[in-house]
Design a protein around this ligand. Structure first.
Ligand SMILES: C[S@@+](CC[C@H](N)C(=O)[O-])C[C@H]1O[C@@H](n2cnc3c(N)ncnc32)[C@H](O)[C@@H]1O
Length: 270
């Protein structure tokens, strides 16, 4: 079964995912490295924004990266090749019908995917089935409810709420970050540890102002203007005011905060 993917597959969305990955590498990946010889399944690799970092940081591990989108897989493969990496194999596949044998991977990695799935616990359970006993799953998700900024703006919050609502209507959950711990435990993982990864942006960090506030978060909200209006969630003037106010937070006195959540759990040995 294929779940709805709210962000779509446009080149601009691909660029946004690349910017997101580039800016957040240290925050999200500094504690992820896999041992030589380990087989790692990356589920929902998209255009390879995380794949390159994963494969580069663990050059002696072997990655199998899958996504339901053929076009995204093709782009991811090009990126990995351009990066000169040879430890990644790509497969087009749906998480809910993965073509792999049980217990054939040492680890699994999932980033910004569960938020799009109506059945995230089922997806995790499928991945657990593909892990060897004692193997780990690493999950990274955002939580749009963790967004706050200065100057504050009810219009900006209303525009963000459109994204939350659209994702909910599509069967997803953009507030999933705060639920990682219970979801991972429910799926059957042991020793689950979740850590918040807060992005704090002010004008002393121009690369984050541009890479995160402007080109990642605000670009994502701008990208849902058409569906938000079509769904009757907001009036055009209010939406545009909200986007303007998000851009306002990128000025010299502006501040923007967002929290990602990273969870790691183990497959029980028995
Ligand atoms: C927001 S993107 C994240 C991509 C990548 N993990 C990253 O962090 O940049 C979500 C990806 O999940 C993929 N996806 C959604 N549902 C899926 C499913 N059921 N099976 C496999 N991939 C899926 C989408 O095609 C999309 O590429």
């Amino acid at each position: 079964m294929r779940e709805t993917y709210v962000h779509g597959y446009h080149p601009r969305e691909n660029e946004r995912l690349q910017d997101q990955a580039g800016t957040l590498v240290d925050l999200l990946h500094s504690d992820t490295a896999y041992a030589g010889g380990n087989l790692v399944l990356e589920a929902g690799c998209g255009v390879g924004a995380q794949t390159v970092t994963l494969a580069r940081r663990s050059p002696d591990a072997r990655f199998t990266s899958v996504d339901v989108s053929v076009d995204s897989i093709a782009e991811a493969a090009r990126r990995v090749e351009r990066a000169g990496l040879t430890n990644v194999e790509f497969r087009q596949a749906d998480i809910f019908t993965l073509p792999f044998d049980a217990e054939s991977f040492d680890h699994a990695f999932v980033c910004f995917v569960l938020e799009h799935l109506a059945r995230p616990v089922d997806a995790l359970a499928i991945l657990i089935g593909l892990l060897k006993p004692g193997g780990s799953i690493t999950v990274i998700e955002g939580d749009h409810g963790s967004t706050y900024f200065h100057p504050d703006s009810s219009a900006a919050h209303a525009a963000i709420q459109c994204q939350i609502e659209l994702q909910r209507l599509g069967g997803g959950n953009s507030l999933i970050g705060r639920q990682l711990y219970p979801l991972m435990v429910e799926a059957g993982l042991n020793a689950v540890r979740v850590s918040p990864r807060m992005v704090y942006v002010d004008s002393s960090r121009p690369e984050l102002v541009d890479g995160f506030t402007r080109r990642t978060f605000t670009a994502m909200i701008e990208g849902i203007r058409k569906p938000a209006l079509a769904a009757g969630l907001i009036e055009p003037e209010s939406f545009d005011a909200g986007v303007r106010d998000l851009h306002r937070t990128t000025e010299a006195d502006g501040v923007f905060c967002y929290t990602f959540f990273k969870g790691i759990g183990e497959k029980p040995r028995e």
